[in-house]
Design a protein around this ligand. Structure first.
Ligand code: HAM
Length: 450
């Protein structure tokens, strides 16, 4: 019997699950602020959904098989085709623009490495039915706000973005033949990870002349981080296509800055080498990285205006992003931004005497506190009081309520744990059962208002 999960899969022990829950709660909170509604789809889809449009890399990583009904099926490696399929199926009735988010678990059979597993959870935000550039800005501001809500700042992360229409205009100006575009995208996608001489060789293999390859690579190099790229090719931009696409990029940046309340260059840097591996993107595309450049992308997305047509036969503009939990967790953990306490136990209810009446009174008190909304626990078998106090402290309890045997001057002694500014005497309060329940109610109300 194997002791651990399959390679690339994870067990979520309480600490890891608490970290995941923290990230999901931040995602859901920001999604609400952006008026997004949550959806989900099936984890298993028809294989064809991915082979149609996703791009070779992801299709090569599919967990695919034939089910007992002889259908070719695949575990979902990404959410976008499912979102496109779901929107296309109800395109007539859904209110536009559709503003959806989801947090699916995705499966990709890839070589396991840092930040890359065979399953991960991925926040997806997709806005469908609007082509104005303001939506591109809305989407990116949302991605950044998701990370800001987790505690990250502009000193921690950077958005590298481009626009496939800008790249296409550059290719046109450089007279690169249209059929070579897909191969050029693939080379640029690896621009940073391979020596420039290798990129040049691959471009020539894709059909470019050596001079074209060298000009194009110079364009990419020069574009990176430059706010003003228009000067690069204006002379060759005979059809004005570049300037048109470039103006959209400028508007996009201005909108993002307004939404974030920061100068856009604090967060964004233009980079022609960002093309995104997936085949369906058509316009603005972006990836978000840690500033130190130690990790792979935390997030990636962009505009995919033709996918709904290809999958569902409806012509609707669309855009979205995916943000994975693996890289984000690593980054937040490194920066000490993840919660360290597992759960909040409000009351440990300790029977102070070993007789049936005291025990039943403790159980009944536990039940009533739980009904008030408090987290309450009691010993499941008889334990000495000193043992219980240790257990309560280890469980992170805020208070211990010691239940006394019937007939004493008071029912309960309430002890506040953890506040070391008080002496042990100051931490003890004698209470009746009714007073303790009242204490529980107030404690929960205050915690909820926090
Ligand atoms: P993607 O770039 O393949 O895009 O994935 C988005 C993010 O998910 C990546 O930046 C990375 O953080 C995380 N991720 C992807 N694969 C893995 C993996 N094997 N292990 C850990 N994390 C991973 C998409 O999936 C697009 N469908 C996003 C999208 C949504 N575009 C439009 N809407």
């Amino acid at each position: 019997m194997p002791a651990g999960p399959l390679p690339g899969f994870r067990d979520f022990y309480p600490t890891e699950l608490a970290e995941r829950a923290f990230i999901f709660s931040k995602w859901r909170d920001v999604a609400r602020r952006y008026a997004l509604v949550e959806i989900d789809g099936p984890p298993l889809e028809a294989l064809e959904l991915y082979t149609k449009k996703s791009g070779d890399e992801i299709v090569g990583q599919l967990y695919e098989f034939e089910d007992k009904g002889k259908r070719r099926v695949a575990l979902r490696p990404e959410m976008t085709p499912t979102v496109a399929r779901m929107v296309a199926a109800r395109a007539q009735t859904l209110r536009k623009p559709v503003r959806w988010f989801s947090i699916p678990q995705l499966f990709r059979y890839e070589r396991q490495q840092r930040g890359r597993l065979r399953e991960h959870y991925q926040l997806n935000v997709d806005i469908i039915g609007e082509s104005d550039v303001s939506v591109d800005a809305e989407l990116l501001a949302c991605a950044i706000d998701m990370l800001r809500a987790c505690g990250l700042t502009k000193d921690d992360i950077v958005v590298r973005f481009s626009d496939r229409r800008v790249l296409n205009a550059v290719l046109l100006a450089r007279e690169v033949p249209e059929p070579a575009s897909a191969a050029v995208y693939a080379v640029l996608d690896k621009f940073e990870r391979q020596p420039e001489s290798v990129s040049a060789e691959k471009l020539v293999a894709a059909g470019l002349t050596a001079a074209q390859a060298s000009l194009l690579l110079a364009d990419v190099r020069d574009s990176r981080g430059r706010g003003q790229m228009a000067g690069l090719i204006s002379a060759e931009d005979r059809e004005g296509q570049f300037m048109q696409a470039w103006n959209t990029v400028q508007t996009f940046q201005t909108h993002v800055g307004s939404l974030l309340g920061d100068p856009p260059e604090d967060w964004l840097t233009f980079d022609l080498s960002i093309v995104r591996g997936l085949a369906y993107y058509t316009g603005l595309v972006f990836e978000i990285y840690d500033r130190r450049g130690e990790l792979r992308a935390i997030c990636g997305g962009g505009r995919y205006d033709s996918l709904l047509g290809a999958i569902g036969g409806v012509d609707l503009p669309a855009l979205g992003f995916g943000m994975g939990d693996v890289v984000l967790t690593e980054l937040l953990r490194n920066k000490g931004l993840l919660p360290t306490h597992l759960h909040q136990l409000d009351y440990w209810i300790a029977p102070g005497a070993d007789d049936p009446e005291t025990r039943e009174a403790a159980l009944s008190l536990t039940g009533r506190l739980r009904q008030c909304g408090c987290a309450a626990e009691y010993p499941l078998h008889t334990q000495t009081l000193s043992r219980q106090l240790k257990t309560a402290a280890n469980a992170g309890a805020r208070y211990v309520a010691i239940v006394h045997a019937p007939g004493g001057t008071h029912d309960v002694t309430l002890r506040e744990l953890g506040d070391h500014s008080k002496t042990s005497g100051e931490r003890d309060t004698p209470l009746s059962f009714a007073e303790l329940i009242d204490h529980g109610r107030q404690h929960c109300r205050a915690a909820a208002a926090d």
